[in-house]
Design a binder for this molecule. Structure first.
Ligand code: ADP
Ligand code: MG
Length: 948
């Protein structure tokens, strides 16, 4: 089908070139054919086959030359001069990849008739439109990945229907979401390469501009109810399989688009199933959680490991893709989770068998993509051999699985498809050529007619081979030779001195300088026989190949089912390998209802950080359901790592994986939310505070008592007073109203006081010690809150001279005092007024009792902790020498803290301005990452600043 027109061609490189369009009637036949194809594919850059090259003209040529770095030439004819650029067809894929990467849709206009046979202009047609979301070319796709084109349609009730298809594998699914937040969550999770939109239709594109997909504007007709249902009917019963009109329109449109890009009119038969799910069928992870938990993408600078990298030990592309799907959509059904865990468990135990299985799986080709090519009629003989090779592994897999009861469900689904395997084995030679039309593809004795033709050919050639000797003997001409060339066929060559001995039955074919070439009636006859037979054999081979391919394609669904079984087996083996090598344990789940238990992890580790760390310190997590843990501690002490490891442990458990811990008893979560404060996030563009708040709002709407919420330094984007107020209000709301289990790492020390006021809010902290000149972070979580003066304490431990430390303290105290007086009382959190000690003994006490161990004190000096306890709480950020103040400064009104800082009552011999400068500089010093020498130098600079 044609998509008709596109309203917004992306660039001038697409659509009909204006210079040609102007003289439409004068163009040479070839260029007017080009122009026509450009008009029919307005949104695409048309590559036009001319012999061994794909050519582009005019603006498109300029784009091709630029993107592919090929020479821009010109084509001249009677109508004018046109820029032209070409890429060699033999080597097209690397150029196509560049064009697709540069966000071009590329329409391939192939010659669809034999150029030699054509009279006049060769017929050309667009055989493929290559777009980022519909790539099927193996060379353009990364191995073991998914690649979706998606669309989303707003329903009249305000929700959205979403659909996506992976054209390379035929995977297709639909879902509905209730609102815009759900839409962007789902699209982020699908991570399509391309999103279809149409003007004046209810198609949608999420507001967030930072998405990684290309938007393709298509003809609105695609989204028409009738058109969509029409297209869908070829696949499923649209009324029964799909729930809403929005789903039907979204799904119909992506399928119609997929068909269009494959250059055929027909249905994509290998899209044999349209899966429908609800968002709550999986553990939901919104975009922020996907990002901040670094499941698939590393947010840090430079490419580091992601959770996926850690758990991916798959042997095949199938396993890898399956694992991707599992990690993207963890389970929420306890039975399903346990079934996967049983399999992983069994494979952990059966290490010998697991190695055997993986050896076999490593020989499995990507059946999902193979079956796509087979079904589209694009598979080569080599693809069929790859299928056969994969099928031949299956009996071994079955045998290995035989003794392992827990894996019986896998074994039963491994279908050896013997008939298909035998068919290919009997039909296709072991190492077929890439060309399908030049013979050498079909094995002898597969087809009697073919055998006969090949025998005729072979006997003919044999006769010719023997002809030379026979004719030498008959004529007595020793130098007589028999040869062959393309133009004249077979000939007998006799040199000039021997021409008088040429027999009568020789007919002259060609005269050369020193010789003459002849043929005989019999040679002529044999020649016709040989070439006739060869030609017919070649085309018969092609026919037979296509028959075999069609016959195999008829088994698409069974091959797909096998692919799924192999994929899941490989994924389970991968998880088992990770568990065995990484010392993971099988998690336990609480039974049933929400309030039956929280998160209990003993000796938990961060699955990714532990692989990058020489020695990782394991930590316990003990959160009853609905509990809120406020986590304090200096920068770099391990707060963020700890919170994420708790979330990742739950997430891994729900994909059916073992977890990095000594013991884990977990709930089945419905959602994981994470919010990372502005200073920790690489937020682009908009006000980071606004963004933080709007993301926070989502949690406040959606979290349930089965959710896990991670809040990491939320509230940083605004003034301390506001930030603390918001942080506190949020915590209270989550705790009182939502009942979600929550971990909140914060620099707002005031927040720790909530533990005193609310049952179910507890304090945890991370501590540091000093060894010699080195400040060491213990990375160990301990009960109770961190000392409020930690920043200054760390500075002191790092060797900052006492005078400076003391001075910093007095600045803090006066800042605190002045803020308390002048601060915006309206938003001042009540906690501040209480003046309760920040380390609440009661809390610490109960912690100590609970795990029976001594509370680790985070304060290396009794003296400072005593001082802390006497002091009202104050915003720690201000003091935190290790704080990443560079970010803070911009959004942080200095006056608020320093305007009233220099209290006249404080005897201050220093100049106010330089003091502010030093204080600001001090705040931005990252003591933890400094060598002692750097610290000394910095100190020296700061001191000279004060002297000036
Ligand atoms: P915070 O959030 O408190 O600033 P992070 O969680 O970002 O600290 O941790 C800082 C660094 O400390 C991490 O990058 C990691 O290298 C190291 N780290 C964190 N937790 C541990 C741990 N449990 N064991 C060993 N190293 C850790
Ligand atoms: Mg952090």
């Amino acid at each position: 089908m044609s998509l008709g027109y596109c309203l917004l061609p992306m660039t001038t490189a697409t659509g009909p070139p204006s210079t040609m369009a102007e003289k439409e009637d004068e163009l040479t036949p070839m260029l007017s054919q080009y122009l026509e194809l450009c008009e029919a594919h307005e949104d695409a850059l048309v590559l036009f086959q001319v012999g061994d090259f794909y050519e582009a003209f005019c603006e498109a040529a300029e784009a091709v030359a630029r993107v592919c770095e090929v020479t821009l030439t010109q084509r001249e004819d009677s109508t004018g001069t046109y820029p032209m650029a070409g890429i060699p067809i033999d080597n097209a894929s690397s150029y196509l990849e560049r064009l697709v990467d540069a966000d071009y849709r590329v329409a391939i206009a192939d010659q669809v008739e034999d150029a030699e046979a054509a009279t006049g202009l060769v017929d050309r047609a667009v055989t493929r439109v290559i777009t980022p979301g519909t790539v099927v070319e193996e060379e353009l796709l990364a191995s073991g990945t998914t690649n979706y084109v998606a669309s989303a349609v707003e329903s009249e009730q305000g929700g959205f229907g979403i659909s996506a298809v992976d054209v390379s594998t035929g995977e297709c699914f639909v879902t509905s979401v209730a609102d815009r937040a759900g839409l962007s969550e789902e699209l982020d999770r699908i991570a399509p390469s391309e999103l279809l939109v149409a003007p004046e239709t209810p198609t949608v594109t999420p507001a967030d501009a930072s998405t990684g997909w290309m938007e393709t504007e298509v003809d609105p007709v695609l989204f028409d109810h009738e058109a969509a249902v029409d297209c869908l009917s070829a696949y499923v019963d649209p009324e029964r399989r799909l729930a809403t009109d929005a789903e039907r329109r979204a799904c119909g449109a992506v399928l119609a688009y997929a068909e269009y890009t494959q250059g055929d009119d027909g249905t994509l038969d290998y899209v044999s199933r349209i899966r429908r799910y609800e968002q709550q069928d999986h553990l939901r992870l919104d975009a922020a959680a996907l990002r901040s938990l670094e499941l698939f993408e590393n947010r840090g600078l430079g490419a580091g490991d992601t959770l996926f990298d850690v758990i991916d030990k798959s042997a095949s592309a199938l396993g890898r893709r399956c694992l991707t799907r599992w990690l993207r959509r963890p389970l929420v059904e306890r039975r399903a989770i346990e079934t996967r865990l049983d399999a992983v468990d069994a494979l952990v135990e059966a290490s010998v068998e697991r190695t055997e299985l993986q050896d076999g799986l490593a020989d499995a080709y990507d059946l999902e993509r193979l079956v796509g090519r087979i079904s589209r009629g694009r598979a080569h003989a080599r693809d069929l051999r790859s299928l056969q090779a994969t099928l031949s592994v299956v009996p071994d897999l079955i045998e290995t699985l035989d003794g392992i009861d827990a894996l019986a469900p896998y074994r039963e689904r491994l279908d050896p498809l013997e008939a298909v395997a035998d068919l290919i084995e009997g039909a296709i030679v072991d190492e077929p050529p890439t060309e399908l039309t030049e013979g050498g593809v079909i094995k002898p004795s597969f087809d009697a007619d073919l055998d006969e033709l090949r025998t005729t050919e072979r006997e003919g050639r044999q006769w010719v081979a023997e002809l030379e000797a026979a004719e030498r003997e008959r004529t007595g001409i020793d130098s007589l030779s028999v040869g062959h060339n393309q133009v004249h066929g077979y000939y007998i060559e006799v040199t000039n001195p021997n021409l008088d001995r040429v027999p009568d039955d020789y007919t002259r074919r060609q005269t050369l300088k020193n010789s003459e070439r002849f043929y005989t009636p019999e040679l002529k006859e044999r020649e016709n026989e040989i070439f006739g037979a060869a030609e017919r054999a070649d085309s018969l081979e092609y026919e037979l190949f296509c028959e075999v391919r069609t016959e195999v394609a008829a088994e698409t669904e069974r091959i797909q089912a096998l692919a799924t079984a192999i994929a899941e087996l490989d994924a389970a083996c991968s998880l088992a390998t990770v568990a065995a090598e990484g010392d993971y344990i099988r998690p336990e789940f609480h039974d049933g209802s929400a309030d039956s238990g929280g998160i209990n992890i003993e000796g938990g580790r961060h699955p990714v950080v532990e692989t990058t760390q020489d020695s990782f310190v394991p930590n316990d997590a003990d959160l009853s359901q609905g509990e809120v843990a406020i986590i304090t501690g200096p920068n770099m002490s391990g707060k963020s790592t700890y919170m994420r490891q708790v979330a990742l442990t739950c997430l891994l458990a729900q994909i059916g994986s073992f977890v990095p811990a000594e013991a884990a008893e977990l709930p089945v979560l419905d959602r994981i939310f994470t919010r990372v404060g502005a200073s920790d996030d690489i937020a682009g563009g908009q006000s980071t505070f606004m963004r933080e708040m709007s993301e926070l709002t989502e949690i406040l709407h959606d979290a349930s008592e089965d959710s896990l919420v991670l809040l990491d330094e939320v509230g940083r984007g605004t003034s301390t007073a506001d930030g603390l107020a918001i942080a506190q209000a949020t915590t209270e709301f989550i705790h009182d109203e939502l009942g979600a289990t929550t971990l909140f790492a914060t620099h707002y020390h005031g927040l720790t006081e909530l533990a005193d006021k609310r049952e179910g809010v507890v304090n945890r902290h991370f501590a540091a010690t000093r060894e010699g000149d080195e400040v060491t972070f213990l990375h160990r979580v301990a009960p109770g809150a961190s000392s409020a003066s930690y920043g200054i304490e760390v500075a002191r431990m790092a060797g900052v001279p006492e005078t400076v430390v003391d001075r910093a303290r007095s600045v803090v105290e006066s800042a605190d005092g002045s803020q308390a007086e002048s601060g915006p009382t309206g938003s001042q959190p009540t906690a501040n007024a209480d003046q309760t000690p920040t380390d609440k003994p009661a809390d610490s006490q109960s912690e100590t009792n609970r795990d029976g161990s001594e509370t680790t004190t985070d304060t290396p000096s009794e003296q400072t902790s005593a001082v802390d306890n006497d002091r009202p709480s104050y915003p720690e950020e201000e003091l935190d020498v290790g704080a990443e103040a560079a970010d803070d400064r911009a959004s942080y009104p200095e006056e608020e803290f320093f305007g009233g800082t220099v209290d006249p009552a404080v005897d201050d011999p220093l100049d106010e301005e330089s003091m502010v400068r030093v204080a600001v500089a001090l705040r931005s010093v990252d003591v933890a990452s400094m060598t002692p020498l750097e610290a000394l130098n910095t100190l020296d600079e700061l001191r000279s600043e004060l002297r000036e």
